[in-house]
Design a binder for this molecule. Structure first.
Ligand code: ADQ
Length: 743
């Protein structure tokens, strides 16, 4: 619209200026002509008045003079007329103009002296009048006096005003006509072809091949469209070729990025793949010191797991644009290619207001559902206002996804407890969509879940899915029990599915994992990083223990520090020898419970360090900030042992990351038995983090474990993780989905 105005406005201005100038000229001309006419008429009338006035002035006949001026004025439709004597005094004047006498008329003397007529505009009372005076002489050319006729000029101005009105109306009509013509031309030669081209692309994007009609555009625009058509056609052919090739290449071997890509192309073909999560995989934030934006990968298990999948197979990830510089990097459709510099897939950012984020994310999802599903004795809070926001945001995401979906059979993979209502919202509008939801956190038993006042709507929303995945079978069983007890449905325990109103949702366990297969070992850059960290924290000859997480009450950080304290207290021979490094990213800091936890950990670290520190040794190095995956990796390599002491955890990816990354130090893993990972990593030293005594003993046991046993246990765990890596996880979900759709 702005561009259109830029184009049309100058034309309208030029036309208006030209029209106004010519209008002014026309008005001037009309005015001159009217005044000329008036003068000519006044002259003629005056001359006939002069003849009668001559005898009256010779005879000094005042009565005749009065009769003459009144009679003349009526006859000639003048405003008035007057007869002057030879001194320039009024001898007789039309009654109406009696006041004319008092008007100062310096030019009268001049007319008498020079004997020349005079005509001109005069102001009298509220009128503008035209006065024409001629001298009256006798036969010897002696001046007898003067006669004057006075005309009203208001009709001249009325005529001019009418002319201006006519001109203005014509100008407005002309401008409107020009505007309409321009809009029509613009629509014909630009808007319609561009609209046709956009529609064509939308059909192409959505795979609606039957609607792809050839273009008939001619000229330069036609050539451009024809080129675009060729590129699009090439793309379609390429997509098909990749799909067919993929069918041929799938073999039973260790799962890799390539194998997953092949599987997705073979199973999904040209059907588009969408991922939805609250957390976006790449976030643009303003650098603290430099003030220039930088791109970071948030500290989130969901991101760690799903990003490699989309990197492998492309698609669209829809997430909340939560970075403070996010808006700077999206196009007009709120999209960008990621990872930055190596665009493998599309990220679509959804914007939330502070109120929406507060109610939906901090409130309902993280103060309600998160503590409800984690049995860590933090009381869930369910506020009605948060629930309203949660519903609103789910609808907002549903709308954002729906406008992206292609015409046929899209695959939508929803992540986590933030979007329980989304499956149904999408399914209602697009029954052809295949929808899976992966629940990354534990699922409690029906008694616990029924605490949530909105359990009915939540279960309804989730049962819009074709498939719901959990990390472990125990969570699947809990979900089936919950559906059975809390909603009207039929649970099929043979097929592990829930049937509600003719729709069947399958419930399956898919233990999530990390990328793989294993790398050969640390790169030279990592080796130099490891050396730097050892130097900085004086780790030479020390037993290094590492832990990595978001600061969350489910992760058992407090219990861990208490266990370190107890271990050093009970086994003082390790004082000065053990260094515990905790990497901790603050998270959900707006929530009071998290805020309190941060202070609690700060205090505990301070107290424990104060209790044991000796010279330049202190037992705990607490690094409270976000670390990029590249920064975390050297810490995994340095760790002689890694402690994961979650009080309750769906899976826990840190345990798996440590196992695949620690390839040099022959490390060991202490793992809480309340994590999903404990079911697979049975070679870890399993602990109950609530029992500080047992925990402290486990630290001693692990440190003193024979090296050969450590190596054996780590190798076993590494094999488990590399055989069940994230590509296999995604591959299994997609295979299951496609199989379920066919059955
Ligand atoms: P999370 O609770 O986020 O995930 P987790 O599985 O431990 O937990 O994953 C955390 C991820 O964040 C890891 O990749 C880790 O490297 C990274 N990270 C940790 N600390 C960091 C720091 N200081 N800076 C930067 N990055 C950091 C949820 C569930 C889990 C489940 C995952 C995946 O709670 O149980 O394993 O989803 O399903």
């Amino acid at each position: 619209m702005k561009r259109l105005l830029l184009f049309i406005l100058p034309i309208l201005i030029i036309v208006a200026v030209v029209f106004t100038v010519s209008g002014i000229m026309q008005a001037r001309f009309t005015e001159d002509k009217l005044m000329d006419d008036l003068q000519r008429k006044a002259k003629a009338v005056n001359e006939s008045l002069e003849v009668s006035a001559r005898y009256i002035l010779i005879n000094n006949d005042l009565r005749s003079a009065k009769r003459l001026v009144e009679g003349f004025q009526r006859r000639e439709r003048l405003q008035g007329c007057a007869i002057y004597d030879k001194e320039g005094n009024i001898f007789a004047i039309t009654q109406k103009f009696a006041g004319w006498k008092d008007k100062d008329k310096p030019y009268l003397k001049d007319i008498l002296a020079k004997r020349v007529p005079r005509g001109g505009l005069e102001n009298f009372q509220e009128y503008s009048v035209y006065s024409y005076i001629i001298p009256v002489t006798d036969d010897e050319n002696n001046v007898l006096g003067m006669v004057e006729v006075i005309y009203d000029t208001s009709y001249v101005f009325t005529t001019l005003a009418a002319l201006w009105k006519k001109l203005s109306v014509s100008l407005i009509i002309l401008l409107i006509l020009i505007l309409l013509t321009m809009l029509l031309i613009q629509r014909q030669i630009f808007t319609l072809p561009v609209r046709r081209l956009t529609q064509w692309f939308t059909h192409f994007q959505k795979g609606e091949t039957e609607k792809l009609k050839p273009f008939e555009e001619k000229g330069e625009f036609g050539k451009l469209i024809s080129e675009v058509e060729q590129v699009a056609l090439g793309l379609r052919v390429a997509r098909k070729a990749v799909t067919e090739e993929a069918h041929v290449r799938i073999k039973e071997e260790l799962w890799t990025e390539d194998k997953l890509r092949d599987l997705i192309h073979a199973k999904l073909g040209e059907n588009a793949f969408f991922v939805v999560s609250n957390r976006e995989p790449y976030m643009h934030v303003m650098g603290d010191i430099t003030g220039t934006p930088k791109c970071i990968r948030p500290a989130s298990g969901v991101v760690t797991a799903i990003d490699p999948i989309l990197r492998a197979c492309g698609g669209t990830w829809v997430g909340h644009g939560s970075g403070n510089a996010d808006r700077k990097f999206v196009n007009s459709k709120n999209k960008l290619g990621v990872p930055p510099g190596d665009n493998r897939y599309i990220l679509k950012r959804v914007w939330l207001t502070k109120e929406e984020e507060d109610g939906y994310y901090y409130g309902f999802a993280n103060e309600g559902l998160w503590p409800l599903c984690h049995m860590t004795h933090t009381r869930p809070i369910f506020r009605g206002s948060d629930w309203q926001m949660y519903k609103k945001v789910n609808q907002k995401f549903a709308d954002s996804i729906l406008e992206e979906l292609p015409a046929k059979n899209p695959f939508i993979f929803i992540q986590d407890y933030h979007f329980t209502l989304l499956p149904n919202m999408i399914k209602e509008k697009r029954p052809d969509a295949t929808i899976a939801l992966f629940w990354h956190i534990p699922w409690p038993n029906p008694e616990v879940f029924a605490i949530c006042p909105y359990y009915h709507e939540i279960l309804d929303g989730m049962l819009g899915c074709d498939l719901i995945g959990f990390h472990v079978q125990f969570n699947c069983n809990n979900f089936l029990d919950t559906a059975n007890r809390l909603t009207e449905c039929r649970v099929d325990t043979e097929k592990f599915s829930v049937v509600k109103q003719d729709r069947e949702t399958f419930i399956r366990a898919f233990p999530i994992s990390v990328g793989g297969p294993l790398s050969a070992g640390p790169t030279s850059l990592e080796i130099s990083e490891i050396a730097k960290i050892k130097e900085e924290f004086k780790l030479k000859d020390k037993i290094v223990c590492v832990s990595v997480e978001r600061i969350d009450y489910t992760k058992g950080i407090v219990e861990r520090i208490m266990a370190i304290d107890r271990f050093l207290e009970k086994y003082p021979q390790y004082q000065g020898k053990l260094v515990f490094i905790q990497l901790a990213a603050p998270s959900r800091t707006h929530i009071k419970r998290y805020h309190e936890l941060i202070s609690e950990i700060d205090e505990l670290v301070e107290k424990t360090n104060w209790k044991y520190s000796d010279g330049d040794w202190k037992p705990i190095i607490y690094l409270k900030r976000y670390f990029s995956p590249e920064e975390i990796k050297p810490y995994y390599s340095i760790g002689d042992l890694c402690i994961v002491s979650s009080l309750h955890d769906g899976m826990n990816l840190v345990a798996k990351e440590y196992v695949v990354s620690n390839t040099v130090s022959g490390g060991a893993l202490i793992l809480s038995k309340f994590t999903g990972a404990a079911r697979e990593l049975t070679d870890a030293v399993l602990i109950n983090p609530y029992s500080i005594e047992e925990f402290a003993e486990a630290i001693k046991f692990t440190i003193e474990m024979p090296k050969a046993e450590k190596i054996k246990r780590m190798e076993n765990m590494r094999r488990v993780v590399s055989e069940n890596n994230i590509y296999k996880w995604a591959g299994n979900i997609i295979t299951e989905l496609v199989a379920l759709k066919k059955s």
